[in-house]
Design a protein around this ligand. Structure first.
Ligand code: M6R
Length: 366
């Protein structure tokens, strides 16, 4: 059932090209160069009225939501707040008319997410679920559902569910932009073309997994390490850090690279391992100076950057290259090496990769 893979997690990492294609299937009108959601109640006419969006989710799905915020704000110019579901309920969020709440959940059974979306409903908000499980509690309770269609995810550490949630957000961002009229036709066509190229690009990165395995083996005895990044890369770093903690039990922290000098630099010493994600053109120079800051304190840095960013190669100890795509889409590619790092580190440590200690696949208690 693992199709020759050693673990479900590895199988699910390698299933990502197919999972991402499945998330897109039937949702792109190639003649019109538009996103369509045939089963959605939220028509373009009603989407046009949305003025505020809340995204609620837990863990990895929350990290996907952080990317969703950037994407929706950038493309559709609707303000978005993202909340950890277990916090949202108790912080008395303010609801204005024309608020849409998006609940993101692989399993569709996470109790905290379900409770948060019910709170939103009670306050008159429409609820849209992004989930991988048709007929789950969250799918049933929502007004609308976008299924991710990634196929069953067995490993506790979420991988293909996350990247397919990102695709769902890209599609939704473009759909909302169509409704709001915030994106010209050429830009939209170019985005759709780059979106459909992502599965093959993920496949390309997976073919170089061996290089990442060597890196993972080199960090297995570390006590702690850092992930740094800016903007979308910061959100992806949070996912990389969670994944590493979850299955390798090595402590790590994801830090917004610009915040380092406000305290965290004190923890960088000779030999501290840092994974720096630098896929955002606009922030590239800033990232190089943040990398120089940690290097000057003795850090050993792995840089993950776009093919062609030669300048960064010179400032890091190791480099991992990902293919070029639009700045909004690099997260899908940047997370792949991070998933592989956590996977191979866990394997090197002899851990139970698919069933890490103390954790459950689906958390149905609050
Ligand atoms: O099924 P859900 O997406 O609602 O699950 C949410 C989290 O429990 C889940 O993403 C968790 O963080 C993963 N084990 C992380 O890999």
């Amino acid at each position: 059932e693992k199709d020759g893979f050693a673990h479900y997690m590895q199988k699910e990492i390698y299933e990502q090209p197919r999972a991402l294609r499945n998330t897109m299937t039937g949702r792109i009108d190639t003649t019109e160069q538009k996103v369509i959601f045939p089963t959605l109640q939220l028509s373009e006419a009603s989407a046009k009225r949305v003025e505020k969006i809340y995204i609620v989710a837990c863990g990895t799905a929350y990290h996907a939501g952080l990317i969703g915020k950037h994407v929706i704000e950038r493309l559709a110019q609707i303000p978005v707040e993202v909340d950890v579901a277990s916090e949202f309920r108790y912080r008395r969020p303010l609801f204005q008319p024309n608020t849409l709440t998006i609940a993101v959940s692989q399993s569709g059974e996470t109790a905290d997410t379900l409770a948060a979306m019910r709170e939103a409903k009670r306050n008159g908000s429409a609820v849209l679920a992004i989930t991988n499980v048709v007929g789950s509690s969250i799918a049933r309770d929502a007004d609308d559902v976008i299924t991710t269609n990634a196929g069953p995810e067995i490993a506790v550490a979420s991988t293909k569910a996350y990247t397919s949630q990102l695709i769902a957000f890209y599609l939704l961002g473009i759909y909302l932009a169509q409704a709001k009229g915030t994106l010209d036709a050429d830009t939209r066509a170019s985005l759709l073309q780059q979106l459909t190229a992502l599965p093959d690009q993920v496949d390309h990165i997976l073919q170089h997994a061996d290089e990442i395995r060597h890196f993972a083996e080199s960090i297995k005895d570390e006590q702690h390490l850092f992930f740094i990044g800016r903007g979308l890369d910061h959100a992806v770093s949070m996912e990389g850090s969670l994944k590493l903690k979850e299955i390798s039990y090595i402590h790590s922290e994801a830090y917004a690279a610009g915040e380092l000098k406000h305290g965290t630099l004190a923890l960088i010493e000779e030999g501290t391992r840092v994974i720096a994600l630098a896929t955002q053109d606009e922030l590239h120079e800033k990232m190089i100076s943040n990398i120089t800051e940690v290097k000057a304190r003795g850090a050993k840095v792995l840089g993950i950057t776009l093919d062609g960013h030669v300048e960064l190669h010179r400032s890091v100890d190791d480099v991992c290259l990902i293919p070029q795509t639009d700045a909004l889409f690099t997260s899908v590619l940047g997370v792949i090496p991070l998933q592989l790092i956590s996977y191979y580190t866990s394997v090197a440590l002899g851990n139970d990769v698919d069933r890490p200690r103390n954790l459950a696949k689906s958390v149905t208690v609050e």
